[in-house]
Design a protein around this ligand. Structure first.
Ligand SMILES: C[S@@+](CC[C@H](N)C(=O)[O-])C[C@H]1O[C@@H](n2cnc3c(N)ncnc32)[C@H](O)[C@@H]1O
Length: 229
């Protein structure tokens, strides 16, 4: 990442280091971000085994690991080496011989993707909904462009709206720079992005995520998927 871009995007990129998980306290193969949503995994079953999927902001592999286990070859793009190291440790520990490949790539998703080939599917989970709409448009454009996503390819986006995250004393754990989408705004932004960037949007899935331990978390999750025209 060059210095110019680091400065340009500071307003929202700064959120992440404040919530860096402590992987040493987490069992290998488990993710600090919880269990993957089965609805999201299910959407990828539309793709044949051995398909190539790009997981943008894929972290320690909450999705990449089960998708590799389903036979897909996963390229996991992330800005953070600690997450990618943990991804590789997890992959060695949990994947069977028949699983697809996992390829970690250290990249900032706000900069050009360094790939010279296309993918059959692209996933963004646990990351895009922190970004304000105008900047999200740029990140979405990178994931959806023809150079990255094949015609007929699948783009899946997990988008948390109406977010609340409080510690046990009721203090907000939401970073100052994080953008909070209401449900209505999130749905509207997603519909606009899929259409603008040449994807046929299929009916979105809605799921409320709520727990109180180890902290209070609530969000109304929108899971969208669309097909590149
Ligand atoms: C909440 S985690 C979600 C990880 C994974 N997608 C999941 O659903 O479990 C957010 C991830 O986004 C990554 N990330 C944050 N900013 C990024 C950027 N500019 N480019 C690429 N990855 C980024 C973080 O390093 C982290 O791994």
């Amino acid at each position: 990442m060059n210095e110019k871009n680091r400065k340009r995007n500071l307003s929202w990129k700064d959120w992440y280091p404040s919530v860096m998980p402590d992987f040493s306290t987490i069992e290998v193969g488990k993710s600090p971000y919880g269990e993957p949503n089965l609805e999201t995994l299910e959407l990828f079953r539309k793709l044949p085994r051995k398909s190539d999927i790009l997981d943008v902001g894929g972290g320690d592999g909450r999705y990449a690991l089960p998708l590799a286990q389903m036979g897909y070859n996963m390229t996991v793009l992330d800005i953070d080496m600690l997450h990618l190291n943990r991804l590789q440790i997890n992959a060695q520990a949990v994947l069977s011989n028949t699983a697809g490949k996992i390829t970690p790539v250290l990249v900032d998703a706000t900069e050009d993707f360094p790939f010279h080939r296309q993918f059959d599917g692209v996933l963004n989970a646990g990351f895009g909904y922190l970004i304000p709409p105008d900047q999200l448009d740029l990140v979405f454009a990178r994931m959806a462009r023809m150079r990255i996503l094949k015609s007929g390819g699948l783009l899946v986006f997990e988008f948390a709206t109406n977010r609340e995250r409080l510690d046990i004393d009721g203090k907000s754990l939401i970073g100052k720079q994080e953008y909070i989408y209401t449900y209505e705004e999130g749905l509207h932004v997603l519909q606009t992005l899929y259409t603008k960037h040449g994807l046929r949007l299929l009916p979105p899935l809605i799921k409320t995520i709520h727990f109180e331990v180890p902290y209070h978390l609530h969000n109304d999750l929108i899971i969208t998927h669309g097909i590149k025209r």
